[in-house]
Design a protein around this ligand. Structure first.
Ligand SMILES: Nc1ncnc2c1ncn2[C@@H]1O[C@H](COP(=O)(O)OP(=O)(O)O)[C@@H](O)[C@H]1O
Ligand SMILES: [Mg+2]
Length: 281
């Protein structure tokens, strides 16, 4: 489906002309191609709870965006609408130009292949090793055994898990389990990665490592949307912030001020916040 083409375009253009790092709100107006567009989107749950109330925003290719707000403000509702686990009550949602309302139920699994999803509670398969948890994501999308043999070690190296291939999830720390879940979400190199409270179960130091990994994924060209209520982390990251309160967008601002060509090492160093330059820079 066409959204897969946009993945390829996104990777190509990321290599040729890196997307601007000064992520601006109202993405479409800043000139980039919108990957996510919400226009007047509301979600009313059965029973009357309002999940989302007239939300309008867009996210352009290559952006890293935080979705913040207290518990119950609607962050997960946005994520679940994006993976079409829920349908909007009103308004229009487009992903890579596709109106989600027009995607037939039976096409939803194909649509979801374009989106990596990371959850607070990891959602790993407990009876499979690290290697098999990641391989499984490729199996279900029809990759050949050769592809799996090539891709899994690569992604596990990128996520720092090469020595844990044969471990089961209960033999890993929380941070390592979240790395596996990120490896699984990213192994197909989706154009869009969603993370719903990815550091919610982790200590601050481990959370920085997880954010560093998401930052690397973003730098490689993937658009990243992270829901969190970790205000300290958001302040340090200095990325665009969309804030929800009772389903309404109450703030949408670029929080720039970070080095344009910051490496992930410099990034991690800044996040740890001792103010000195990283060794060797
Ligand atoms: N399945 C559901 N059924 C009914 N109400 C729900 C459901 N999921 C979420 N809600 C309600 O929608 C609102 C937004 O929830 P949610 O999107 O989960 O917020 P957040 O992720 O920011 O904590 C809350 O009032 C919540 O109670
Ligand atoms: Mg939530």
């Amino acid at each position: 489906m066409a959204i897969s083409d946009s993945k390829d375009r996104s990777r190509r253009s990321a290599a040729v002309a890196p997307v601007t790092r000064s992520s601006k709100p109202a993405g479409a107006a800043s000139g980039g191609q919108p990957v996510v567009e919400f226009r007047g989107v509301s979600k009313h749950y059965d029973g009357g709870d309002v999940g989302l109330d007239q939300a309008t925003f867009s996210v352009v290719r290559g952006e890293f965006v935080f979705l913040v707000g207290s518990t119950g403000s609607g962050k997960s509702t946005v994520m679940r609408l994006l993976i079409k686990e829920l349908d909007a009550t009103e308004g229009t949602i487009r992903v890579a130009g596709h109106d989600l309302e027009e995607i037939a139920r039976k096409r939803v699994p194909y649509y979801r292949r374009n989106i990596g999803v990371v959850f607070q509670d990891f959602k790993l398969l407990p009876n499979r090793t690290v290697y098999d948890n990641v391989a499984y994501a490729l199996q279900v999308t029809g990759s050949s055994r050769k592809e799996i043999r090539n891709k899994v070690p690569d992604i596990l190296r990128m996520t720092g898990l090469s020595t844990k291939l044969h471990n089961y999830p209960d033999q890993l720390s929380g941070g390592e389990q979240q790395r596996v879940s990120i490896a699984r979400a990213f192994v197909n190199h989706p154009p869009l990665l969603l993370a719903d409270e990815p550091t919610g179960n982790l200590d601050p130091e481990t959370s920085i490592d997880i954010m560093r990994l998401l930052y690397r994924i973003n730098r490689a060209g993937t658009t990243v949307l992270v829901a969190t209520h970790d205000q300290a982390m958001v302040d340090k990251m200095r990325r665009r912030v969309i804030e929800l309160s009772r389903g309404r967008i109450v703030r949408d601002e670029a929080t720039g001020l970070y080095a344009r060509d910051e490496t992930t090492r410099e990034f991690a160093h800044r996040m740890r916040g001792d103010g000195t330059r990283p060794p060797g820079v």
